[in-house]
Write a protein that binds this ligand. Structure first.
Ligand SMILES: [Zn+2]
Length: 451
């Protein structure tokens, strides 16, 4: 009832004001000033892209799509928050809140009932994610591969959890013959969508030699190097990212949403394995000259791939959409290391504070440099861009310095106390089990995140 009245009020207000914006949404609560919103918002999330390196590669013409976003929009360091743990940070990005409030503390959590550590799951998140807030405001949403989204939240649209993209791209079900596909229903929304997802997946086993070769320096004993690069997980990360892209190609077309988000993990994972060959002088252990020669190009070539993934997504997006390109943290090769299998050492110590934010589209300033932006600011900024209220219980702020004066005049930032009806719940402390839990832990182990 209230919603109907609100919509009516908006329509009347818009007619009265002669506003030409296409209005099709209502704010979630009646005491809020309604503003007409831009047509579409897209988040491209790329894990672990470092601010300094992307800017240098953009200057050198090796990240042309990012360079274009930089010149046509607003950009700046997206400061991460400690601990630099991706599930925690991506959840802060999606909620505008610190770990203390959202409750996602890392990759794994000890499940008392099972006596073992399990991957953290979305039911443990104590507060609403931006896709839930937008859904309640009648925005259609589509989310692909965002971390800690299993089991999938019910949304006004679709959500494909990172559990599912990982399982399907690596064909992990094949390794667990005793498991049924039932759990996949919980990994996507709406339930049952996974078979359509499975039809649009890029499989790890389809990553051919020429793709692997394109990341490394050519050399006579290529076979050995390819074997090594495969075991390092490059094929899996590549397949995972190509799966996110393939799913975006499919679902952006078949189920176009007002708010879309797609997450790519490969740049972070590739950096963990190969950064040391790019900066061998910062590596505390000896590396063979041959290995350095072979693997030194991998990280920057993967950055270039990330740029082309961005370019592909931009192709899928309406020209009047507001696009935010973000990473959750930067990367460096000269922090403390933990050893893994002799010559490989990796872990969250390699993460650093300087992630990236590039935003452009209608209402965004051109060539603007944003200072002091935080991962906590993404959700408040998205809400402000959507013409929806920012919640006072969020820890970030809307980045109004990126928005044009005209935009802010038409869409002044409005606030509500909270989107948590009746206060934030305590959260369910029990992680939801899935058949790929062991695979996820093995991947985390190989990255040096866990022992
Ligand atoms: Zn990482």
């Amino acid at each position: 009832m209230r919603r109907t009245i609100t919509i009516l009020a908006v329509v009347l207000a818009v007619i009265a004001a002669g506003v030409v914006f296409h209005v099709r949404r209502s704010a979630p609560s009646g005491d809020v000033r309604i503003t007409a919103a831009p047509s579409k918002i897209v988040i491209v999330g790329i894990d672990g892209l470092d601010w300094s390196r992307v800017n240098r590669l953009a200057d050198e013409g090796r990240m042309p799509n990012l360079a274009r976003m930089r010149s046509e929009g607003a950009s700046g360091i997206l400061h991460s928050i400690r601990p630099f743990v991706s599930p925690t940070i991506w959840t802060s990005i999606a909620t505008g809140k610190t770990e203390e409030k959202h409750g996602i503390s890392g990759f794994l959590v000890n499940a008392a009932s099972r006596g073992d550590a399990s991957p953290t799951t979305s039911n443990m998140r104590k507060v609403k994610a931006v896709w839930q807030i937008l859904s309640a405001a009648e925005w259609s949403v589509g989310v692909i591969g965002w971390l800690v989204t299993y089991p999938a939240d019910a949304v006004n649209g679709y959500l494909i959890s990172s559990h599912v993209t990982l399982a399907l791209s690596a064909k992990l079900e094949l390794r667990a013959p005793n498991q049924t596909d039932e759990w996949l229903n919980d990994g996507v929304y709406p339930s049952g969508l996974w078979s359509e997802v499975a039809d649009n997946v890029y499989h790890e086993e389809d990553v051919g030699d020429s793709i692997i070769q394109s990341f490394i320096a050519t050399s006579p004993d290529r076979a050995m190097k390819e074997e090594k690069i495969r075991t390092s997980g490059l094929a899996r990360f590549y397949a995972s990212d190509m799966t996110s892209l393939t799913l975006a190609r499919h679902f952006f077309k078949t189920q176009p949403a007002d708010f879309s988000a797609v997450y790519f993990r490969g740049s972070d994972m590739t950096s963990h394995f190969f950064w040391r060959f790019m900066e061998p002088e910062s590596w505390k252990r000896e590396l063979s000259a041959e290995a350095v020669e072979t693997f030194s190009p991998v990280v920057e070539r993967y950055y270039a791939l990330a740029d082309s993934l961005l370019g592909e997504v931009l192709e899928l997006v309406d020209s009047d959409a507001i696009v935010l390109l973000i990473s959750d943290h930067g990367f460096a090769g000269h922090r403390g290391y933990r050893g893994f299998e002799g010559d490989v050492a990796v872990g969250v110590e390699m993460h650093r504070e300087d992630g990236i934010l590039f935003v452009n589209g209608p209402g965004i300033k051109r060539g603007e440099r944003i200072k002091g932006a935080s991962v906590l600011d993404v959700t408040p900024t998205v809400l402000a861009l959507a013409g929806l209220p920012v919640a006072r219980d969020m820890d970030g702020r809307p980045l109004t310095e990126a928005m044009s004066g005209v935009f802010l005049e038409r869409h002044p930032v409005v606030y509500i106390d909270s989107y948590e009806v009746g206060g934030a719940p305590d959260g369910d402390l029990t992680p939801v089990e899935s058949p790929i839990d062991d695979e996820i832990k093995e991947m985390l182990r190989s990255l040096g995140y866990i022992d």
